[in-house]
Design a protein around this ligand. Structure first.
Ligand code: SF4
Length: 311
């Protein structure tokens, strides 16, 4: 991790490779500075069942993001930068409170700009005998080299494969090379963490979950990504198909201004079955006009076989 810690002097943690000196107060594309910024944290029950478990996932929603998705539901803190600054000891205090609350894991959302602080806080707590599985909850827009440096810190990768077409990625998230980078990074995550592993209570302790958000007008890209997963990783990776897209923030016009259609939903759901994915969840279709944002309502593809026992 030392190489990653040094990167605040010339930040290249993510594929933007801004090269700014965040320790000197400079800020790059994401706007992250020299102290951790957190919008909120707490026990979250809306993740995949083995991550949320019964007591919730100890989720830390960091401010800032390396993408600029036009449909981002979290834009207040991901793009507008709302949040509060914390010293490493303060971040460790948040993590400790999540552990005391009984959360199953520490779930870092959009963690990449904050990796040095996460590493120090987790290490500090480890020295005090406090630890939980670490969930790296990412859009997938990552440097493979950064991911390669996370061995020993991250237990569970919870990552997206959102686009297969560079034009879509550029238009919707401002990142033309998303598909290539997300796939390369996922290969490294899989090399490190492998298939999802559960303990005797069905709680995730290690492994990889790949999320596929069905986007209006672009369901075919989710199918392309499922095919890529089957061909390049295998059908034993846990997949989580999400149908919750809701127009928000700057999402307007065709196709971004609508929810997904039943036909788009069925195309992706059918691909999961036809390609033979063994583990994961497909979110239920909520309707083209539903405004419901909360709850994942996942159903397992293979009930009772969402992972392997123990580690
Ligand atoms: S983490 Fe932020 S500052 Fe660092 S390279 Fe990425 S966008 Fe730039």
């Amino acid at each position: 991790m030392d190489a990653i810690k040094d990167q605040l002097d010339c930040c290249t943690l993510c594929p933007r490779r801004c090269g700014v000196n965040r320790n000197a107060g400079d800020r790059g594309f994401c706007g992250a500075g020299g102290r951790a910024e957190v919008f909120t944290c707490g026990a979250h029950h809306g993740e995949e069942p083995p991550v949320s478990g019964t007591r919730g996932s100890g989720t830390v929603f960091f401010s800032r993001c390396t993408l600029r998705c036009i449909y981002c539901q979290n834009y207040r803190f991901s793009q507008s930068g709302e949040g509060r600054e914390y010293e490493t000891s303060g971040l460790a205090g948040l993590l400790r409170s999540l552990q005391v609350t009984g959360c199953h894991n520490w779930n870092f959302v959009s963690p990449t700009p904050w990796l040095p602080f996460i590493h120090d806080a987790v290490e500090q707590l480890d020295r005090d005998g406090v630890s939980l599985p670490v969930v790296y909850n990412t859009s997938g827009f990552e440097n493979t080299g950064t991911i390669a440096g996370l061995g020993g810190l991250v237990d569970i990768y919870l990552t997206d494969l959102r686009y297969a077409d560079e034009k879509t990625a550029r238009a919707a998230s401002g990142s033309g090379d998303y598909a290539r980078l997300a796939r390369e990074s996922l290969l490294e995550m899989w090399r490190q963490a492998g298939p999802l592993e559960l303990d005797d209570d069905g709680i995730a302790v290690a492994g990889t979950i790949c999320r596929l958000l069905i986007l209006p007008g672009h369901a075919g890209e989710a199918v392309d990504n499922l095919r890529w997963l089957a061909d390049n990783i295998g059908t034993d990776i846990a997949v989580s198909v999400m149908a919750q897209y809701t127009p928000t923030h700057r999402a307007a016009g065709d196709p971004w201004g609508r929810r997904i259609s039943i036909g788009e939903y069925e195309a992706v759901r059918d691909a999961v079955e036809e390609l033979g994915f063994e583990n994961g969840w497909v979110q239920e279709f909520e309707g083209e006009t539903s405004k419901e944002l909360m709850g994942f309502n996942m159903k397992p593809i293979s009930p009772g076989e969402t992972g392997r026992q123990g580690r």
